[in-house]
Write a protein that binds this ligand. Structure first.
Ligand code: ADP
Length: 449
């Protein structure tokens, strides 16, 4: 029998709340248990805004959980200097320092003597392919070279766990691919002075390319929806059957927030999903939803999610909210990783502009809680108008301030297109709109999902 591996970092029931200016507490992360073991690359996936960066900061000891604790080799992480370093999406270099000085900076902060830090910085710059760029300034470097400096600066402290927050997201496709390959080469040849890597990403293929273990977070609040090993040989072939199956499986999890799925391999999550408290609108514009439905209809009404993302050249972060919106509105259904258009969706895809508005209005009033509530109140009010504050009052009970803004923006886009209301920008009021065709009776009982 093999000995269980001791984790380097162990998060126990970590939970995070943010307090709103009005005193309301929003739960961003539900209690999460998570171990980071040596010898592995772990990728953390999840929809935008779900709490990935917040969880990363908690795991590094940079930010305190509201409850629960993070242990570093069995002792509270906050009470000691943990061996971690972070690579950021934005590179976060000091523009006034040379490449060499940027890489030496964390050693200087740790009190390493000048000669020693110089030697270590030169060695790591050589490892990441920056030999010859020591005296350059960040502004003289391309994005890919800047991120190499980001890697060098993180690795120079020889972190036991290297954390990366969307490290390839700010780079063009080819540069990102090249840097990912170089990272894997360093990791597999054990030239990196680090024993585990934890990468936050929204890119599903990137997660499957790099990871020994994938964790998928759900949102509102964040909780672990799936946690499974990836046992494919490196280097991985994106076209291999198992690779495509894993990508499809992750799409399935991320598009069906209410569904509990067993992993296709061992190591599935033990945490059960809990229903959302209040319906959260996916951030998709009507134009995007219409485009998706037209494409789906053109392709015979049914297509694999993975294939749709290839045809549309969109990554999951951009595509998933549009798919989620089409499903929420009853224009499409998801089955076994296929998106299937419904009869309503097909009618919408084939309709002229005015009919589309009517169909969208029916769908919105049937399925979208916040629009049902607004429609109902506008009909009940004598002056047929309400302040936008009404929106905020409902939403800020459930979402963080940024999310309330995004929910407002999406509901405005849908509600105005569907001619449920107009928005008087100067008065900050929503006003009942006269819809195309017959007047519409108010919806009486809003249904929560
Ligand atoms: P992700 O990395 O998955 O995109 P984040 O961890 O950045 O998500 O944010 C998760 C949620 O927490 C978001 O809704 C964001 O608005 C909220 N949030 C993050 N930081 C703060 C903060 N300091 N105060 C209030 N809300 C915050």
């Amino acid at each position: 029998m093999t000995e269980p591996v001791e984790p380097i970092i162990r998060a126990q029931a970590v939970e995070k709340f943010y307090t709103q200016p009005d005193g309301n507490r929003i739960e961003v992360i539900a209690p999460v248990d998570l171990d980071i073991e040596p010898g592995k690359i772990i990728t953390l996936l999840g929809p935008s805004g779900c709490g990935k960066s917040t969880l990363l900061r908690i795991l590094t000891g940079l930010s305190q959980p509201s409850s629960g604790q993070v242990l570093w080799h069995d002792r509270p992480i906050a009470s000691q200097t943990a061996g971690v370093a972070i690579v950021f999406q934005s590179f976060a270099l000091f523009p006034w320092l040379t490449v060499l000085d940027n890489v030496e900076a964390p050693l200087e902060a740790r009190g390493v003597a000048a000669l020693e830090r110089h030697k270590r910085a030169l060695r790591i710059l050589d490892t990441v392919g920056l030999d010859g760029f020591e005296s350059a300034y960040p502004k003289e470097l391309s994005g890919g070279m800047k991120q190499r400096v980001g890697f060098a600066r993180a690795l120079v402290v020889e972190p036991e766990v290297l954390f990366m927050d969307e490290p390839f997201s700010a780079l063009d496709v080819l540069t990102a691919e090249n840097l990912r390959n170089e990272l894997m080469e360093l990791w597999l040849s054990k030239k990196m002075p680090t024993s585990a890597i934890f990468i936050v990403t929204h890119n599903i293929e990137e997660a499957v390319l790099l990871a020994d273990r994938v964790i998928v977070l759900g949102r509102n609040p964040a909780r672990v929806r799936a946690d499974f090993p990836v046992e494919l040989e490196q280097p991985r072939d994106r076209k291999s059957l198992h690779f495509v199956e894993l990508v499809d499986y992750i799409y399935k999890i991320m598009t069906q927030p209410e569904l509990f799925l067993a992993a296709p391999v061992t190591g599935a999550t033990t945490q059960k999903p809990v229903r959302q408290k209040y319906q959260m609108l996916p951030h998709a514009r009507v134009g995007g939803i219409a485009g998706l439905l037209e494409l789906l209809q053109d392709r015979g009404g049914k297509e694999y999610l993975h294939r749709l993302s290839e045809v549309l050249i969109m990554d999951a972060e951009d595509l998933l909210p549009i798919i989620e919106a089409a499903v929420l509105l009853g224009f499409a259904t998801l089955k076994e990783g296929d998106l299937q258009i419904t009869p309503e969706g097909a009618r919408f895809a084939e309709a002229d502009i005015l009919t589309r508005k009517t169909l969208f209005r029916q769908a919105a009033l049937n399925h979208v809680v916040i629009l049902q509530q607004i429609d109902s109140i506008l009909h009940a009010k004598a002056d047929r108008s309400i302040s936008e504050e009404f929106f905020y009052d409902i939403l800020d009970e459930h979402f963080s301030q940024d999310e309330v803004e995004r929910q407002f923006d999406t509901a405005m886009n849908w509600g105005r297109y569907a001619e449920i209301f107009d928005f008087d920008r100067e008065a900050h009021r929503l006003v009942l709109a006269e819809p195309v065709g017959e007047p519409h009776p108010p919806t009486k009982t809003p249904v929560q999902s």
